[in-house]
Ligand binder design. Structure first.
Ligand code: PEP
Length: 264
């Protein structure tokens, strides 16, 4: 059974003070929740504050929104996996559509980052998803296949199992228009099928797949109850601790019997 994973992508929001207040409220809502894996993905400037605010809490993890593939050196303005590990970061979001469209990240670049993350024992959350034009053209599977093969190239079974894939249709990100549970399930099933082709049955069954795109407390439960949807990557609704907590709890209610994932 795959353990559900719900992540809060704060993007370029949250001062240190706001981040600390968020964590305080979230802990009141969730306690040190253990049956759903929760990841907070703050801007770099708030990572240390979130760690401090989490205190002794063991089960809420920290993620980063991006990183460079090189280990260190003359890369002004960039941050490495090792520097993130130094801040107790466990996950890193890679290939988010905002990075692909606004900052020119290709599958090749994403793949270099994914491999560098694994080398440093950081777990990547790799984002894939089609635009509306691509969906209207009937190219969803073709686009997902290209992005998966490109972004995950050369990963072994263990690395794949320690990778989370977020299916985020670009047309659903920040638009208030989420994919229907059926559309999302269809895409997730295709992603798992592709992973099976790229690796093996056991690996494909172990990889956790998140849905992202206008997830909110109203639609989260139905989305996460789909057989191949193992959690959510949440943008806008993750800026409010109560909304985010409700989303996390709806993952738990859907999966009360979940045993801890073999890969965590
Ligand atoms: C995201 O940016 O990863 C995202 C899913 O955003 P939103 O929830 O706001 O659509």
């Amino acid at each position: 059974m795959r353990k559900k994973i719900v992540a809060a992508n704060w993007k370029m929001n949250m001062t240190q003070a706001e981040a600390a207040r968020f964590v305080e409220s979230l802990l009141l809502e969730l306690g040190d929740i253990a049956d759903v894996e929760v990841v907070i993905v703050p801007p770099f400037t708030a990572i240390a504050k979130v760690t401090e605010a989490l205190g002794k809490s063991q089960n809420i993890k920290i993620g980063a929104q991006n990183m460079h593939w090189e280990r260190n050196g003359a890369f002004t303005g960039e941050i490495s996996a090792a520097l993130l590990r130094d801040l107790f970061v466990r996950y890193v979001v890679l290939g988010h559509s905002e990075r692909r469209t606004l900052f020119g990240e290709t599958d090749k670049i994403v793949n270099r980052k994914v491999r560098a993350a694994h080398e440093a024992t950081l777990r990547p959350i790799v984002c894939v998803g089609e635009t509306l034009v691509q969906r209207d053209k009937g190219s969803v599977e073709k686009i997902l296949s290209i992005q998966l093969h490109g972004s995950l190239a050369t990963l072994g079974a263990k690395e794949l199992q320690e990778t989370v894939i977020a299916y985020e249709p670009v047309w659903a990100i920040g638009t208030g228009r989420n994919a229907t549970p059926e559309q999302a399930q269809e895409a997730h099933a295709f992603i798992r099928h592709t992973l099976r082709e790229m690796s093996d049955e056991t690996t494909a069954e172990r990889v956790r797949l998140q849905y992202g795109g206008s997830v909110n407390p109203e639609n989260a439960r139905e989305l996460m109850s789909q057989p191949d949807i193992d959690g959510a990557l949440v943008g806008g609704a993750s800026l409010d601790p109560r909304s985010f907590a409700q989303i996390v709890l709806s993952a738990r209610e859907e999966d009360k019997t979940a045993a801890p994932s073999a890969t965590v």
